[in-house]
Design a protein around this ligand. Structure first.
Ligand code: SAM
Ligand code: SF4
Length: 330
């Protein structure tokens, strides 16, 4: 499906719940966000019907399950199994804070999940608690080890770039080498009402990494700038320097602020109450609920989603309007 800018839209990000067991300071206020009313939250069977329609009728081939924290939604595993059985979905991914991952990694793999992103911004216990509001780093690290042990490969680790943890950038990459995890630095997007942490552009992270590592843009799709045209991330090869065995990996940089990738965007988002958000940076949402309850109206919903994608507006630089990342899943 193409939007009105000729972009091929085939990637759905699905927020299973607006709830979260963390309170990351860059994502939501300390008291959390106002909960979606229970009656407005789609049942997982309803959500599965919507995804099945989008895959079978509208050509969506990639689905990423996110949140809030997707692993805390009850019965999410049978939902994942349902997604795993939709043949048209060729790429099934999930983003999690990994707090509950240790007990779920094996079943997620069996359900058909083939790509896993874990969010972790620091390796220091005190900083972790300051950022997330939870003294939980050990549990997250156990979750990462469990995911590696059941064979998720490559796991990508999302690290929000911020001034407060810049001194750990090299250590995060070292952690990636040690656990065979690809690190991806994501520029902080402004969330309304949040003044902490402090934004830094990914260039600053690159300069920090260059103190300890060799970095070269990875050639991808023939693009020497290291930009994968189907991905938001610029990819670099990263290599240890000096004596000792050479360790080498890839490292991603997602730079929505300093290098907006709107022209390469191929995704839309749906939240737990079935609202479609065509652009993360804009507050505009479209309700699918009237086409889902009391029963799915497949033809009308197909037409509605095509129409919404067609009407999508691109943001212009600097005009982010994000209330919280947790409702639509970043
Ligand atoms: N709870 C899950 C997690 O944290 O992985 C999934 C939802 S979370 C909203 C998805 C991603 O959005 C995480 O990797 C998180 O770091 C990122 N994120 C949240 N707020 C952000 C912000 N203000 N700027 C950039 N990334 C953000
Ligand atoms: Fe929760 Fe993820 Fe937001 Fe952190 S970034 S508060 S883990 S939804």
């Amino acid at each position: 499906m193409q939007d009105n800018f000729g972009r091929e839209i085939n990637y759905l990000r699905l927020s299973l719940t607006d709830l979260c067991n963390f309170r990351c300071n860059y994502c939501m206020p300390p008291e959390g966000v106002k909960k979606l009313p229970h009656e407005n939250v789609l049942r997982l069977e309803e959500m599965l019907e919507v995804v099945r329609l989008m895959a079978n009728r509208l050509g969506f081939t990639k689905v990423r399950v996110t949140g809030g924290e997707p692993l805390i939604r009850r019965d999410m595993m049978s939902f994942m199994e349902g997604l795993g059985q939709i043949d048209a979905i060729r790429d099934l991914a999930l983003t999690t804070n990994a707090y509950k991952l240790a007990e779920m990694a094996d079943d997620l793999k069996s359900a058909g999940l083939n790509r896993l992103n874990i969010s972790l911004d620091t390796l220091r216990r005190d900083r972790f608690e300051h950022i997330t509001g939870v003294d939980g780093i050990e549990q997250v690290l156990t979750g990462i080890r469990a995911a590696c042990a059941v064979g998720f490969k490559p796991i990508k680790m999302n690290v929000v770039a911020m001034a407060e943890t810049l001194d750990e950038a090299c250590d995060m990459v070292a952690f990636g080498f040690e656990h065979n995890v690809e690190i991806r630095f994501i520029e902080l997007m402004p969330v309304i009402g949040r003044s902490e942490p402090t934004y830094i552009p990914n260039e600053v992270v690159l300069q920090e990494l260059a103190k300890r590592y060799d970095l070269t843009p990875a050639r991808s799709n023939g693009n020497a700038a290291g930009l994968d045209l189907h991905s938001a991330a610029a990819t670099y090869r990263i290599k240890t320097t000096g004596t000792g065995p050479t360790l080498e990996s890839t490292c991603g940089f997602i730079s929505p602020i300093s290098h907006p990738f709107c022209s390469r965007c191929n995704r839309i988002r749906i939240n737990a109450s079935g609202q479609i958000k065509p652009c993360l940076a804009r507050n505009q949402v479209y309700e699918t609920m009237p086409f889902v309850r009391p029963e799915l109206q497949a033809d009308k919903l197909t037409e509605f989603i095509s129409d919404v994608v067609g009407r999508c507006k691109r943001r212009s630089a600097g005009d982010y309007e994000i209330d919280s990342m947790s409702v639509f899943g970043g």
